[in-house]
Design a protein around this ligand. Sequence first.
Ligand code: EPU
Length: 424
Amino acid sequence: MEKLVIQGKCRLSGTVKASGSKNSALPLMAASLLCSSGEMNLSRIPDLKDIRTFSKLLDYLGAETSYRENTLNISTAGIRSVQAPYELVKQMRASIYVLGPLLARFGHASVSLPGGCAFGPRPIDLHLMAMEKLGASISIDKGFIEARTTGARLKGAAIDFPITSVGATGNALMAAVLAKGRTTIQNAAVEPEIVTLCHFLNAMGADIHGTGTTSLEIEGVATLNATAFTNIFDRIEAATLLAAGAITGSSITVTDVDPSQLSAVLGKFEEAGCTIISDTDAITLQSPDTLIRTDVIANPYPLFPTDMQAQWIALMTQAEGASHVIDKIYHERFNHIPELNRLGAHIEIRHNEATVHGPGKLTGTKVMSTDLRASASLVLAGLVAEDVTEVLRIYHLDRGYERIEQKLNSLGAAIKRESYQEFA
Ligand code: EPU
């Protein structure tokens, strides 16, 4: 296995580029399944474990994928299977994204149930509800979701989500674009990744209205065409890099971003005493002498993202006073807290609320995490800790951060990637 060995107490400076968004790339890859001829050309696709896993899934289904220098070509003309196997789905829950497109194009999809998640329950009932509304019959057989259309095609329907779900909105959209007739989606997610999916589907020839609002209207079409498309930047990666600047008392710039997609996070950095200078496609963060305690509540976009909650807790370990961090999306997403406390932080957790008592002196040791954003929070803590912090099992980090240590080292961090063996 690999670990990151971080020499703490560094100062960062300079400029770094944001990568393409993982959580936008995955639905774009799934949506490629809707196309029965031609070749998709997706650029700004990050070189990440999750992208490789999803490519493997597409290849398994019979697609042809090739990846070079952040460009992914996908041809889905030769799909020969509609079954997403357990071995791949268990590696990545986002595999559920193939459900809608396979069902819409082939009238049948068989997707392994994803199973547990490191940070608590992550049901898929809303994905299934949307498929049923569109006329699919759903059953669970031997751990697989078996979805079938009753006629040749799905049928347009009114879908009203009781809570906002990025994944269920994406799946409903990908199913509805090839359904017969009109579909409406109420309480749709408005995350930039969903907006991008709508743009991509429309570029393929879909007819979606209301993009960027909670109320979407889709007029089904019979076929969709292959297209070239550029993915958006990764707002969580960009915010994590800015947090690295903030926690180390530094001034850094992240380029190739759209600051408007980070309004809630940038507002919180300002509340914490940071100076933020936003340009059209760049954000500069200057950290204050002393960070100010700042509460956050993680909620759907455009509010503060749950995917930055762990990193914010790491940042608040260095702020003056007690800050409260509530996660309203994933109530149990707090695996990073015991590990941050092992570094010397003083964080209490009650239900879905963490209280971070800062500023605390962190001291490096070996830490381990069980998910992507938790790993990112440990890397941030390692940057400011005394001595050396070793972040173990970084395969979690590699799922969602492209060359993170190289990017941080280019700003002045001292991070090495090393192999190690875990005791059996
Ligand atoms: N939910 C249900 N039923 C469903 C689907 C969701 O109850 O059928 C609940 C979830 O349990 C959660 C809430 O709805 O409480 C929102 O979940 P959502 O469906 O929006 O999450 P997701 O689509 O599974 C994506 C990201 C996550 C990110 C969440 C929230 C991808 C591949 N994943 O997951 O990203 O945390 O939206 O913004 O886009 C990450 O990148 O680290 C990550 C976990």
